[in-house]
Unconditional design. Structure first.
Length: 517
């Protein structure tokens, strides 16, 4: 043994006061020689490192460092320690039983009376829980950000909740997660969105539910608070009503479920079911985190529900509009054909000239009916706009106006614009509404519809020579104009309406295009 190491040992092992203080310290204490090899460790150090007795002479705490971190730890120790400077670092260690802990080590130089560095005195602190909590908080913050990104109005409910369930499994101690939605009026429930569950498990749960098994989720919803159910596997096997779930029990990696109610303005809309491994209950802060996610889920569920209601309402309004169109156009044409056919029948024998006039009338009505039907069928086929194009769609609308109202409609539509389908759809609806307004309300005789596209923008204009109106206001009573403006604003475009009493109306819709088309 070198004289320097012998001096360090004598300096510490012979000092009963130091040993007494070290043995009572709540921190792990270690002393090293100049090469970083331990000459003394206290009981707390031994407990942190997972050894049952004082570490043998020559052991270094760096020997416990996780293999993946050992090179970096040795390099860091080799810098300040030989120079007699303080050392501090947080590292992973692997204990003899294989468990991994995070520790914070600090060391300061230990000098002889003459100033020579004999070694270091250091402390070791177990910071596993703090590191774990810090990383868990980071994961939860990232999860909240990721969840917020999933809440888009155009995303199906099951896709949104599937994504949220997967995010929760990654951000909590739960090994599986499922969202259960409920009708607060009938208390009928269903699962929508899950992660980490065996295939077929949720249908088995719902079968048991219909058989009359007790629902922990409904209890949480009725009590408006989180409910934790332990010993779940035993409860499942002990309940004959859950027979469909029994085959899954050997495969379950959890034995507890936390049911967190999802409430929207105190109205129950569903619950989060988070499943935990045996002997691991969710902490209080994890329950709070799941409650925060439940608030976000409530907004997503309600937004989707309102969106579905709006779509249903829009579909109803569209059906009603098409019914009016059929009544105002095709039904009238068919009635005219019927009248003409009767006139032909009556005149065939007695008045051939009148019969020929009636025949010409019937043919004209039939041609007009065909035009009207083509325009309506185009509207009933959403894919038609993509397949046939915006120019064809507007041309059909112009032809329908000529046929139905006898208007002079000039269509200057140019080539098909190279724009996205949503832009075409919005421009088509704007043009359709503007043409109908001109035909029905403007008392116009002449209309002009123009479509022009440049690399920077696509512009649609509809102009008539009708009676006009005061275009300086906010269009009270003109719901169609409001609808046109909203369509353009959703695309970042703009709608201009120029009109004055007795001077006609010009509607101009413009959508700017991104650079490069």
């Amino acid at each position: 043994m070198s004289a320097r190491r012998q001096d360090a040992m004598e300096l510490t092992r012979g000092d009963d006061v130091f040993r007494t203080l070290g043995d009572a310290s709540p921190l792990g204490i270690f002393l090293t020689d100049r090469d970083g090899r331990c000459t003394y460790t206290n009981p707390r150090y031994q407990a942190i490192c997972g050894v049952q007795e004082e570490v043998p002479l020559g052991h270094g705490w760096l020997d416990l460092i996780h293999p993946d971190d050992r090179a970096a730890a040795a390099a860091a120790w080799a810098g300040p320690v030989p120079e007699g400077r303080d050392y501090a670092a947080e590292r992973r260690i692997v204990r003899p039983d294989g468990t991994v802990r995070w520790v914070r080590a600090r060391a300061a130089p230990l000098r002889a009376a003459g100033g020579e560095i004999l070694g270091h005195v250091g402390t070791l602190e177990d910071v596993t829980e703090r590191v774990h909590m810090h990383r868990l908080l980071e994961r939860r913050l990232a999860a909240m950000t990721e969840i917020a990104a999933t809440l888009t109005v155009d995303r199906p409910m099951d896709a949104t909740l599937n994504a949220m369930a997967a995010i929760l499994v990654g951000a909590t101690e739960a090994v599986a997660c499922a969202f259960r939605l409920i009708d607060d009026a009938t208390w009928e429930d269903r699962y929508v969105g899950s992660s980490g569950l065996p295939l077929g498990y949720l249908p088995a749960v719902m079968t048991a539910r219909r058989a009359g098994s007790v629902s922990f989720t409904l209890r949480a919803l009725r009590e408006r608070r989180p409910v934790l159910v332990r010993d779940l596997r035993r409860l499942i096997l002990a309940d004959p009503l859950r027979a469909t779930m029994h085959p899954f029990v050997p495969r379950l990696t959890w034995d507890a479920v936390l049911c967190v109610p999802v409430l929207y303005r105190e109205r129950a809309v569903g619950a989060i079911n988070a499943f935990y491994p045996p002997a691991l209950d969710p902490s209080a802060d994890e329950t709070v985190f799941l409650g925060a996610v439940a608030d976000q889920a409530a907004v997503a569920i309600e937004t989707t529900r309102l969106g579905a209601e709006a779509q249903d309402k829009a579909a109803l309004e569209e059906r009603q509009r098409l019914a009016r169109e059929l009544h105002d156009s095709v039904a009238q044409v068919l009635y005219g054909i019927g009248v003409g056919a009767s006139a032909i029948r009556d005149a065939l024998a007695t008045d051939p000239a009148h019969a020929r006039e009636a025949t010409a009338y019937v043919l004209a009505q039939a041609e007009a009916g065909i035009v009207e039907l083509r325009a309506l069928i185009f509207e009933l086929r959403p894919e038609a706009l993509e397949q046939e194009g915006l120019v064809a769609a507007l041309d059909k609308q112009a032809a329908a106006l000529r046929s139905r109202h006898g208007l002079a409609v000039e269509a200057d539509l140019g080539p098909e614009p190279a724009v996205a389908l949503p832009v075409k759809a919005a421009l088509y609806r704007v043009g359709q509404e503007a043409l109908r307004n001109a035909a029905r309300h403007a008392r116009a005789q002449h209309l002009r519809v123009r479509l022009a596209a440049t690399p920077a923008a696509v512009v649609l204009e509809v102009q008539d020579d009708g009676i006009g109106f005061d275009g300086r206001g906010t269009y009270p009573g003109h719901l169609g104009l409001h609808s046109m403006r909203e369509r353009m604003e959703r695309l970042g475009g703009r709608l201009e309406v120029e009109s004055a009493p007795g001077r006609g109306t010009r509607v101009r819709a413009e959508v700017r295009l991104p650079a490069g088309g």
